[in-house]
Structures are given as C-alpha cells and as structure tokens.
Design a protein around this ligand. Structure first.
Ligand code: PMP
Length: 281
C-alpha cells in the first residue's frame, strides 16, 4: 500500500525519515486518527480541524492547508482500497540537529500518513474493563501531541491488570482514558469531564454530545470523583477507533449487571445512524 510523505504518495520502501527528526528526538509533533466506514472517512473536517489547531498550539505551521490535507488523505484511502479501517496522519516539526528550541528558517514539518484496513467480519469489541491509574500527563492534554509516554505507561498498567483501558484520574478526579473519553450514567444522567486543558476534546465525544441533544438525553459536563464511578448505573468510553464502547468493570467491580445499559444502547444506536452508509459493492 501507499503512504503519504509531505506532498507525495510513496511506496513503503520509499519512505525515508531522518534520524534527526524532532518527532523521534522529542515527540515534537501532532497527529490524528480518522475512521473509515464503508470506504468514507467519518468526520474528516473535524479531525483535520483539530490537527491544525494542535499544530497552531505548538506554534508549528504546516506547508499546506486543511482542504488539501483532506483531499490527500481521501486519495490515500481510495488508492489503498480501504473499506473498514482508519487513516493515521502525523506532522513533526522537521529534522534538524538536536537542540530543544525550534529549528531555524528552512526547516519544514515532516508529514506522514498511512492507512489500516480492518479484517472482514471482525467481531464487535467486547465490553471494556478499566483499571484506574494516576493521570501524570502534562497540563495541555487538549493538544493531540505525539508525546504519549504517560498514556503508554497507563495503558500498559491496565493491560498488565487484565484490562483494556486505563481510567485516568488527577487526585481522585476522573479526566479521561489513555486513548479515549469517559462517560458515566447515574439516574438517567450522563456525566463526563468538561472540555478543558485536562482532556482531549474527542471528535467521538462531540458526536455523542450532538446525539444527546437530539435525544433529549441530559448530560452533566462536570468532573466525576473516582470513588463515585463504581456506583454508576452504566459506564462507557468513546474513541475514533471504537466509537462508543460499553464498560463492564472498573477495578474488578462490575458496573450495573455487567451488560450495556439502556442509555448506552440508545446512544450507540443514535451514533450508528450518523455513520456513512456503506458503499454497495
Ligand atoms: N483522549 C485521548 C487521550 C485520546 O488519545 C483519544 C483518542 N484519540 C481520545 C480522547 C478520543 O478522541 P477521538 O474521539 O477524537 O478519537
């Protein structure tokens, strides 16, 4: 399959990245993952909008604009024949001798993208089991930065406990997951952390909020205490790759009866109705 490298489409053996790339040295860059349903990218404008916002927040100027980026990724998806899958795109500040401050004039960002096709007839993901973990990340979690060390450590901690995702908390206040946003349901009301520098403003989260508005589903955008999540009636997470994923257990304690609850199921149906129609083949 083909890759995007800056403004070119290249084969895998033609991808060349400098050992001095600032992504490699510092994680100095930003990225996005866009889901492909039935051959079409879902919420591409929102993802690429967030990519350029993240780039601006780290004072990095990309060599071409959002529309051109979307067109290039759409071509990559089409050329690689992706039906169900995703496209990953990242931009680093470029390659230059290793000093922390920005490189000078003439160093341009390095953009790379690839696609991934999911296997046909993959079974639906199992409900997630969460392990709580301290959120030790920096204070700009609103930026979708390539610096993911704290997320990596938290996810590994969850996996070693037999769980699929970490439930991050700052001093007992739930923020989000290591690669997802988190939602609890209590007495018919959805609770989730407000959009701030402590979480990534998930694109899936935004679609969920839209669904809630359309369904008349009450949402409280207020931080949850970790000690309260175990008593929630329902719990779910959201991400581009998983959409809405019900949570069956947190720290070994069952949520509800361990099966997706009515609020979660209603929301999953509303979310699915927003996905692109599969292209007939
Ligand atoms: N929070 C973090 C830290 C993430 O890495 C992700 C996944 N990109 C999300 C939330 C979910 O965001 P989205 O719905 O845009 O994939």
């Amino acid at each position: 399959s083909m890759y995007l490298m800056n403004d070119r489409f290249v084969k895998d053996d033609e991808v060349t990245i400098s050992i001095e790339d600032r992504g490699y040295y510092f994680g100095d860059g930003v990225y996005e993952v866009i889901r492909v349903y039935g051959g079409a990218m879902f919420t591409a404008e929102e993802h690429i909008g967030r990519l350029y916002e993240s780039a601006e927040k780290i004072r990095m100027e990309l060599p071409y604009g959002e529309e051109e980026m979307i067109a290039k990724l759409a071509r990559l998806v089409a050329d690689n024949g992706v039906k169900e899958g995703h496209v990953y795109v990242q931009a680093t500040r470029g390659a230059a001798p290793r000093v922390h401050q920005f490189p000078g004039e003439g160093i341009t960002p390095v953009i790379t993208a690839y696609t991934k096709s999911y296997p046909d007839h993959a079974p639906a993901a199992e409900p997630a089991k969460l392990k709580s973990a301290a959120d030790i990340r920096w204070l700009r979690c609103d930026i979708k930065s390539l610096n993911l060390l704290a997320n990596v450590m938290a996810k590994q901690e969850a996996f070693e406990a037999g769980c699929t995702e970490a439930l991050l908390h700052r001093d007992g206040t739930v923020t989000e997951g290591s690669s997802s946003n988190m939602f609890g349901v209590k007495d018919g009301v959805i609770h989730t952390h407000p959009v701030s520098n402590f979480i990534l403003n998930g694109i899936t989260r935004r679609v969920i909020m839209q669904c809630c508005e359309e369904l008349g589903q009450p949402v409280k955008e207020e931080p949850m205490a970790l000690e309260d999540v175990y008593e929630m009636d329902e719990f779910f997470l959201s991400s581009t790759t998983n959409g809405i994923l019900p949570v069956s257990e947190i720290d070994g304690r069952k949520i509800g009866d361990g099966h997706p609850g009515p609020v979660t199921e209603r929301l999953m149906a509303a979310f699915e109705s927003k996905l692109p129609e599969p292209i007939a083949t």
